[in-house]
Design a protein around this ligand. Sequence first.
Ligand code: 18C
Length: 255
Amino acid sequence: KLKRNLESPSKPDQVISLAPSHPFYKEINEVVANHIRRLMTENVEEKVDWVCIADQGDMKVFKRELEENGIPIDPMKAVCTVKGITGHEVCQYFWAFDTRMEWEATLDLSRAVEWLSDDTFISNNVIKRVWPASQRDACFWSHIRHISNKNDETPDCWIVVNYSCEHPECPPNKYVRITMNVALICETIIEPPANESTITRDNITCKITYTADVNPGGWAPASVLRAVYKREYPKFLKRFTSFVIDKTKDKEILF
Ligand code: 18C
């Protein structure tokens, strides 16, 4: 039986390197805290309004159908477990700007707009066009953080949040601007090796929870959008986790 890793090598407590005086400081802390709260209280598998749209054993994707002014804004949630990688590694690659286009198959381009600190930056992302809708783009801050389980009130996890924002160098004037609140939260489970030998990649499993609340902006045909989501979210998770496995397989484990 897999055990939750409560004894991972010492990591710093919750740290934010963005200065408290920064205009995004409060928002980032609130958004991160909401995601952690949601992680601990929401079990979509037990809720009737959440529908499973993909079940591939170790990966399940759920959605809740929701519309706002006729625009589908279905919240998505996926849970998956992947062997051989840690939560830190998964979050690091999900957050890293320089390798984003190596696994992102739904973007035409991604441009860093501003680095706010060593754990937070703003980027502009142009999404591939889906016929017959207009092309979309997004402008969001990406923040990575380790949450320690110091008080046993929260799980020891890594989190990345991609959250829409405005930026003077990224005006919404060329494409339809989507808005989003996306989080990837990872816990590392270690199966203790026999005879206290060194932990290898065979002993680790990452439990990933991915949530995406996306408003596609202007008009988008619901049936096309839902069909694209059903195909693209599982594809993204498979492609992205395979990418992390491949990138880390010959590297030291990053706990
Ligand atoms: O979280 C993901 N990536 C992050 C880093 O880039 C970031 C991005 C989030 C954007 C998410 C959603 C975009 C929705 C766009 C709506 C477009 C409306 C189109 C109208 C349709 C009628 O957090 C991973 C995101 C994984 C996203 C999966 C679903 C995305 C659908 C996007 C459509 C583009 C499909 C192009 C298909 C072409 C494949 C070769």
